[in-house]
Design a protein around this ligand. Structure first.
Ligand code: MLT
Length: 409
């Protein structure tokens, strides 16, 4: 009989979002007339912009003709997309990233989990708390932790609280860590990091020979000037950071799947014999061995994000969700709730009213207002007493949600 990976048994029962789905399904089955509005998982609701659809249609037509048909593409992504990403997302912001440092993939969730394969098991890992649960769970699966305590904190991980008490600014670790996850704009709190904050982290990483995994999946939602969109806008970041980006929330690709990861050349880790090894080469080896690339049709769609027609359409889509976030924040505040985020991010983070736990508020909101959100404690122990609402929905549903909230307080 094969042995299983026992580390999986350390994981909490279910991944957060399926667990929410399970509870909502149970409620819906028991209350078939309830008009449930889902502001839980951050999944986009609006159609892909026309320029993207047109590019995908054209690519489909190319696949129908012998002369333009394509089979396997380059695993790292087609040059047309990698060049567009390098020019628009990085070089236009003064960040020094070249096309051959970009690896196109089918998602940042997968990449942020898979990246662990090129790092040894004995690295000390730091995460902010609350945090996108994938960072924690993939380290548990990889055997880098002990068991979880009653609050859900795994032994061996270094948790850095980010709460209203510290203005959602993570303090530098009080011990040496090797791998650090930072997500800005932040999921779940919707807050951002200033240049000064990121500089401190880059300086820490360089001084401690650590690598930062910088998840910038929500960078397109930054509205305030001066907030860095990429960690490579910070001096020295190329020597210590890998960045994850996604078209999911930027341009509505959650269903079509396209993302990318930047592994700068010259960024190194240490082998057991002390030799320094380039992470770019290791990730290239992993990516080309285990992945056959994103489909040509989808990559043409992603390229159109940067086209003259696509840019304003994508901006309009993001502005639509940001307006939803604004409406949510205003509605919650006028109902007397304390609210964070929602200005540079599609997520609104609130204090649960009446000292309810996050899950108590989840059940209450579902029962009284038929609204679904995400319990803060699902993102980590320091998320207890908080709750996340996603701005990804139709305007009508957001306005209806705001009308229903007072009834649930
Ligand atoms: C979320 O709701 O946090 C996101 O949708 C999760 C994800 O992007 O995987």
């Amino acid at each position: 009989m094969p042995h299983i990976n026992d580390d999986y048994l350390k994981l909490k029962a279910g991944y957060l979002f399926p667990e929410i789905g399970r509870r909502v399904k149970k409620f819906a089955d028991e209350h078939p007339d309830a008009k449930i509005i889902r502001l839980g998982i951050g999944d986009v609701t609006e159609p892909l912009p026309p320029a993207i659809i047109a590019a995908m249609h054209q690519a489909v037509d190319e696949m129908a003709k012998r002369e333009t048909f394509r089979g396997y593409g380059p695993e790292q992504g087609y040059d047309f997309l990698r060049n567009a990403i390098a020019a628009n997302d990085f070089q236009a912001r003064g960040a020094n990233v070249s096309a051959d440092e970009i690896f196109v993939s089918d998602g940042s969730k997968c990449d942020s989990g898979n990246i662990l394969e090129i790092f040894g098991a004995d690295n000390v890992v730091a995460v902010t708390d609350p945090v996108y649960p994938v960072y924690v769970d993939t380290n548990v699966m990889a055997g880098r932790t002990g068991d979880a305590d009653a609050a859900g904190r795994y032994a061996g991980l270094v948790y850095i609280p980010v709460t209203a008490e510290n203005n959602f600014t993570p303090a530098l670790p009080d011990r040496k860590v090797d791998l650090i996850y930072l997500c800005y704009p932040n999921n779940p709190t919707g807050t951002v990091a200033t240049k000064e904050t990121l500089k401190q982290w880059v300086d820490y990483a360089r001084a401690n020979d650590a690598v930062i995994f910088f998840d910038a999946a929500y960078e397109a939602y930054i509205t305030e000037p001066g907030i860095p969109h990429s960690i490579y806008e910070i001096d020295g970041a190329r020597e210590c950071a890998i960045e994850f980006r996604s078209f999911s929330k930027t341009a509505g690709f959650t269903g079509t799947r396209c993302a990318f990861t930047v592994v700068p050349k010259g960024l190194t880790g240490k082998a057991a014999n002390g030799q320094r090894v380039e992470l770019h080469g290791l990730w290239n080896r992993r990516h080309t061995t285990k992945f056959n690339g994103v489909s040509y049709i989808i990559q043409r769609g992603a390229e159109a994000v940067y086209s003259e027609a696509g840019k304003p359409q994508v901006r309009q889509l993001i502005d639509f969700y940001l307006e939803n976030a604004k409406i949510l924040c205003a509605g919650l505040r006028s109902a007397g709730l304390t609210v964070y985020g929602g200005v540079n991010a599609p997520y609104v983070w609130l204090k649960t009213p009446g000292n309810k736990t996050s899950w108590e508020f989840f059940d209450h909101l579902l029962a009284k207002a038929n609204l679904v959100g995400t319990p803060g404690s699902g993102f980590g122990a320091s998320g207890e007493g908080y709750f996340r609402l996603s701005a990804f929905n139709s305007r009508a549903n957001i306005e209806e949600a705001v009308r229903r909230i007072p009834a649930a307080l």
